[in-house]
Write a protein that binds this ligand. Structure first.
Ligand SMILES: NC(=O)c1ccc[n+]([C@@H]2O[C@H](COP(=O)([O-])OP(=O)(O)OC[C@H]3O[C@@H](n4cnc5c(N)ncnc54)[C@H](O)[C@@H]3O)[C@@H](O)[C@H]2O)c1
Length: 247
């Protein structure tokens, strides 16, 4: 069950963090994984880790927000599975603050990577998926895209919610062509750049399961959505969040 042998998968922003975990899970189920990151060394490091575990992977650097680059790099390849994972504030650090205190240049980056990036990759791979009669589009979203939060991430939440909506439209437009489109709304996850144990413990205490999530929590959900067995699951938003209530 959930065998991905023979499938070609792309995971964007998979050079570290959650995406790296997802790439490893897809490879362990037999998929050949293209590991994307805007930073080549990161992409290659995840791909190397997969190969060391007898999986099949290659690193591929590109910027999901660069539509022409995405089209040129992805267009010629026959992807079966695309995981839109590149997110947060993109190549920049997230700087949470109330929206009324933001200038437009501070919201461009989260919108670009979390919404336009998803549209760019989808536009490049979808025609081929439809022609071949099989495709799995999976977007890694967030509770911030499902409910309002008072933590200064409104543009990020708007982009994450927009991407969820975009997946729903892709689901309906392409349902009869063998292509499914779903989102996963994540709760609080381990973050690569946070090493403050007291802060991690404080964040974890707010999660009903009392710990932050990681790529091993998300990976199996993505494998299922990517599988043949999930062919009747489309247009959905799966909540993977340790029990945090987001809807
Ligand atoms: N960490 C959390 O708590 C959390 C919670 C909910 C949702 N998410 C979502 O999960 C996903 C992964 O989060 P993470 O914390 O593992 O991310 P991360 O920031 O640790 O890693 C993301 C990777 O994406 C790459 N990247 C950034 N911009 C890119 C671009 N334009 N093109 C290609 N690659 C790019 C970065 O170089 C980085 O290696 C994101 O979509 C994020 O919004 C994370």
């Amino acid at each position: 069950m959930f065998d991905l042998t023979g499938r070609l998968a792309l995971v964007t922003g998979a050079g570290q963090g959650i995406g790296a975990g997802v790439a490893k899970h897809l490879a362990s189920q037999g998929a050949k994984v293209v590991v994307n990151d805007i930073v080549l060394d990161r992409a290659e490091s995840t791909a190397e880790a997969i190969r060391s575990a007898d999986g099949s992977a290659e690193g591929l650097a590109f910027d999901v927000t660069d539509r022409e680059q995405v089209r040129d790099v992805l267009g010629p390849r026959d992807f079966d599975i695309v995981i839109n994972n590149a997110g947060n504030a993109g190549a920049h650090r997230m700087e949470p603050r109330p929206f009324r205190e933001m200038s437009p240049d501070q919201w461009a980056s989260p919108i670009d990577v979390n919404l336009h990036g998803v549209m760019n990759t989808t536009h490049a791979v979808l025609p081929g998926m439809c022609e071949r009669g099989f495709g799995r589009l999976i977007t890694i979203s967030s509770g911030a895209g499902v409910v309002g939060l008072g933590i200064g991430v409104a543009p990020y939440g708007a982009a994450k919610g927009g991407a969820i909506s975009f997946m729903r439209h892709m689901a309906i437009e392409n349902a009869s062509l063998g292509v499914t489109a779903n989102s996963v709304a994540l709760g609080l996850m381990e973050m690569t750049e946070i090493h403050d144990e007291a802060l991690v413990a404080k964040l974890a205490s707010t999660v009903p399961c009392r710990r932050l999530g990681n790529g091993d929590d998300l990976g199996p959900a993505v494998v299922w959505l990517a599988s043949n067995e999930a062919s009747w699951v489309t247009g959905q938003t799966i909540q993977v969040n340790g029990g945090s209530v987001t809807s």
